[in-house]
Design a binder for this molecule. Structure first.
Ligand code: 8OZ
Length: 365
């Protein structure tokens, strides 16, 4: 009997050939000056088109939304044209691909910002973490609090990026609301000390996220718009006084959009799946009316089980896709999984990016 994990499914209007999704993976190989992807990205994503859906690496929606060296952008026509070559290649190979729309907020450094300015954030509170610049790992710069009058511009930047994503031929977009970046910074109390309409009670802290979802679903059919959240993750120095309540509110509000999917980082991003007392991913998942995409530390057995039990519609797998371009075929046939070389995860060229072989190719050598 075919396992449900390997059967087609719809994420809203996006028709996936199976339920294994390639999770967004930052690889820092775009041109640092233009934010364009290149030939090697075309090959990298084409090789991974066996995923039911590919979610691209996080991609900044504006120059100000950038926080690391050599991450790609989707705010200029040139960047969209470069991405078009990627989407064409993935489609020719029979895959689906959405772009992850990213604004880093305070997780940045003045050397990465337009005119060397301060990064922007809900409040002027340094995350106290590191980012990666031309000088290697550096402390995040002190951010400045966004003026109330600037918030509509941020929303407009998301809409502009969403439009360019259409020009680029993507199957949809995923809004990055996770991992301590701008939208998560607004949601959570540790980073949002605002006293205006965007701070204080959860209704206010969630306002920017919901305005962004509203704007993006005006550009795209909502059935082609996903959202990633990480309610309980401490990633990038983020914290919330009561994440369970915060995200119960957010998810109930999201139900009005009829989104393609909700993509949840279950636990600490790239780390433990353990939760504290009073925290429940299960409860949040059940509150959401649409397709649910689970992520964080799933291996083959966990993925098979979660989809079979109806606990998830899709499973997003990240790091294993680095060294296993044919991960879906390997899971389907229960073949060995290759280990990636961590020294080539971030930055560099084709090595550790486009040179991982498929299982068959490896065995034939
Ligand atoms: C790893 C390194 C840099 C950025 C995320 C976009 O955590 C990222 C990221 C991951 O969502």
């Amino acid at each position: 009997m075919t396992q449900p994990l390997f059967t087609p499914a719809k994420a809203g209007a996006i028709e996936a050939s199976n339920r294994i999704v390639m999770a967004p993976l930052t690889r820092n190989r775009a041109d640092n000056d233009t934010g364009k992807v290149s030939d090697m990205h075309v090959d990298y994503y084409r090789q991974r088109a066996g995923a039911g859906i590919i979610i691209t690496e996080a991609t900044q929606i504006s120059p100000e939304g950038k926080g690391y060296l050599q991450t790609p952008g989707i705010h200029t026509p040139g960047q969209a044209a470069a991405w078009r070559r990627v989407t064409d290649a993935v489609h020719e190979a029979g895959g689906k691909i959405v772009v992850q729309l990213w604004h880093v907020g305070r997780i940045s450094h003045t050397s990465l910002q337009p005119d060397g300015q301060q990064p922007v954030a809900p409040s002027a509170i340094n995350a106290g973490v590191k980012t990666f610049t031309a000088n290697g790992f550096e402390n995040t710069s002190d951010p400045r609090a966004l003026e109330l009058a600037e918030v509509p511009r941020i929303v407009a930047d998301y809409a502009n990026a969403a439009k360019l994503a259409r020009d680029a031929g993507f199957d949809g977009v995923e809004v990055h609301g996770a991992n301590g970046y701008l939208l998560d910074q607004f949601l959570k109390t540790g980073s949002n000390h605002r006293t205006d309409a965007y701070g204080g009670p959860v209704e206010n802290r969630a306002k920017l996220l919901l305005e962004v979802m509203e704007a993006v679903t005006k550009v795209w059919d909502a059935g082609r718009v996903g959202l990633r959240l990480s309610p309980f993750s401490p990633a990038n120095g983020i914290s919330d006084d009561n994440p369970q309540d915060t995200f119960e509110y957010v998810i109930k509000e999201l139900n009005r959009f009829d989104l393609a999917y909700l993509h949840m980082v279950e636990g600490a991003t790239g780390g433990s799946r353990d939760l504290q007392d009073g925290q429940s991913i299960d409860k949040l998942r059940k509150l959401f009316d649409g397709p649910y995409m689970a992520n964080n530390g799933y291996d083959r057995e966990m993925a098979l089980q979660a989809v079979k039990d109806g606990d998830a519609d899709f499973i997003a797998i990240g790091r294993p896709f680095i060294a296993n371009p044919d991960l879906v075929a390997r899971y389907e046939r229960d073949l060995p999984i290759a280990q990636g070389d961590q020294s080539t995860y971030y930055g560099g060229g084709r090595e550790g990016f486009t040179d991982y072989p498929e299982y068959i190719a490896e065995a034939a050598e």
